[in-house]
Design a protein around this ligand. Structure first.
Ligand SMILES: *Cc1c(COP(=O)(O)O)cnc(C)c1O
Length: 429
């Protein structure tokens, strides 16, 4: 499979090159040159297929012959080593729980798939890759866990000192081996700026830097798997399906739209956002006008200029009329989010967290337009990851799952830095 840059000013590349580079030389995101729908029989028989077989059918055309079938199946097996249950929250509304992986964030899926692809491509080379990533919370932990012990790959994670939760900090500072954490005296944007600068710095070319956020196709593409898994479970209702994704960089929803291109019968998509409402505003006005991000209680979605939206525009031919057919986007503030958390708990005994609650709100709103449909929202993290808000809003105490328990008593190891020069010296050392 060939990939082209959405800035359309760079050569087409293979899957391998797109994974290793992350971003195209013209700074565009890579996008697959062809998307071929899966056969109707696949969807007719989906209930009889294992998650691993479904994932293989979904992704194999995007990998092509660059990874042999048995190896790709092995990578998928290691990626999907946990469950994706669908919990009924209320009549016609389900929560697709994506938080049963090792770091209890949906980002585990993409991080595990990408790390194993990189390891495969590096196996017979002397060269190493360095994954450099800035995190405001969940990305860092998922990347640290997903890449731990993976041969040929070093990982350097930058995070803002004092701005991530204790659990999140431990998830990215306690693993050791090929994972190193840099504690930056600054905010998330400072971390992000340093990472961007490093990617452009020719003095660091020898490090083969790559990114591990959803701009990388190997992190983005596998995120389509769970839309198939949800369909497999909901197909028996024989009703149109509405899906709501709590959206920040819009990687998840973009993967869902790709799944629909492959033939997955999803009637309508909702991109639910917090007050960072660049996309809802775009759908109203037709103008894409990115703004600096605002801080909210669903902070993994505090994004003013969602990086994957350009991929979504590509799939809708950048035509508002096409968007209107099956895509909506709504924004909700923190107060509404807390009320939704409380409602789910009080009426249905379901404990969500703020990102899932934003997804729930968007789904409720859109289902009013589809009285005959059922829907699910993505629950993108375990409530314990946002325990401050959840415990305070619901007036409960959450118990600590074993995945989290196991990092709490480990020793934090990080290096404090303040400037880009310090980052550069660290990488060169
Ligand atoms: C990253 C993240 C999101 C946003 O996902 P996108 O694919 O960037 O839209 C939502 N919720 C949580 C908990 C996250 O960590």
């Amino acid at each position: 499979m060939k990939y082209y840059s959405l800035n359309r000013n760079a050569p087409e590349v293979s899957f391998e090159a797109a994974v290793i580079q992350g971003l195209a030389p013209d700074k565009g995101l890579y996008f697959p040159k062809e998307i071929t729908a899966l056969p109707v029989s696949f969807f007719e028989n989906i209930e009889s297929l294992s998650n691993e077989n479904i994932a293989f059918e979904a992704i194999s055309q995007f990998v092509g012959n660059e990874i042999p079938e048995n190896k790709l199946r092995q990578i998928i097996k290691e990626t999907l080593s946990f469950d994706f249950p669908l919990a009924e929250v209320e009549e016609n509304i389900y929560s697709l729980e994506l938080f049963h992986g090792p770091t209890m964030a949906f980002k585990d899926v993409g991080a595990r798939f990408m790390s194993r692809c990189l390891a495969y491509f590096n196996q017979n080379k002397d060269q190493k890759n360095t994954v450099l990533v800035a995190t405001s919370g969940d990305t860092g932990g998922a990347v640290a866990s997903g890449f731990l012990g993976v041969k040929g790959v070093d990982v350097v994670i930058l995070y803002p000192s004092g701005k991530v939760s204790d659990i999140q900090e431990r998830q990215l500072t306690t693993l050791g081996q090929n994972i190193r954490a840099l504690e930056v005296d600054g905010v998330f944007d400072d971390c992000q700026d340093m990472v961007k600068k490093a990617f452009l710095d020719n003095d660091l070319d020898f490090k083969n830097l790559t990114s591990a956020n959803s701009i990388n196709i190997a992190r983005w593409l596998p995120q389509m798997f769970y839309f198939f898994f949800a369909y497999k479970q909901l197909k028996k209702h024989n009703k149109p399906l509405v899906v709501s994704c709590p959206s920040g960089n819009f990687g998840n929803i973009c993967a869902g739209i790709l799944a629909k291109k492959l033939g997955l019968p999803i009637a309508h998509f909702v991109a639910s956002t917090n007050v960072n409402d660049t996309v809802p505003k775009f759908l109203e006005s037709g103008k894409y006008d990115p703004k600096p991000s605002k801080a909210t209680i669903s902070n993994a979605m505090d994004v003013g200029n969602p990086s994957n939206f350009i991929r979504i525009q590509e799939m809708y031919d950048d035509d508002l009329a096409k968007f209107e057919k099956d895509f909506s986007s709504y924004s909700f503030d923190d107060e509404q989010t807390k009320v939704a958390l409380k409602n789910m708990y009080d009426h249905n005994s379901y404990i969500a967290e703020p990102h899932g609650a934003v997804g729930y709100l968007g789904l409720k709103k859109e289902l009013q337009n589809h009285p005959e449909a059922i829907g699910f929202f993505l629950e993108t993290a375990h409530p314990i990851k946002f325990s401050d808000i959840v415990e305070e809003t619901l007036n409960i105490k959450l118990s600590i799952p074993y995945q989290i328990e196991s990092v709490l008593d480990k020793e934090k190891i990080s290096t404090k830095i303040k400037t880009y020069e310090e980052l550069k010296a660290f990488l060169k050392a």
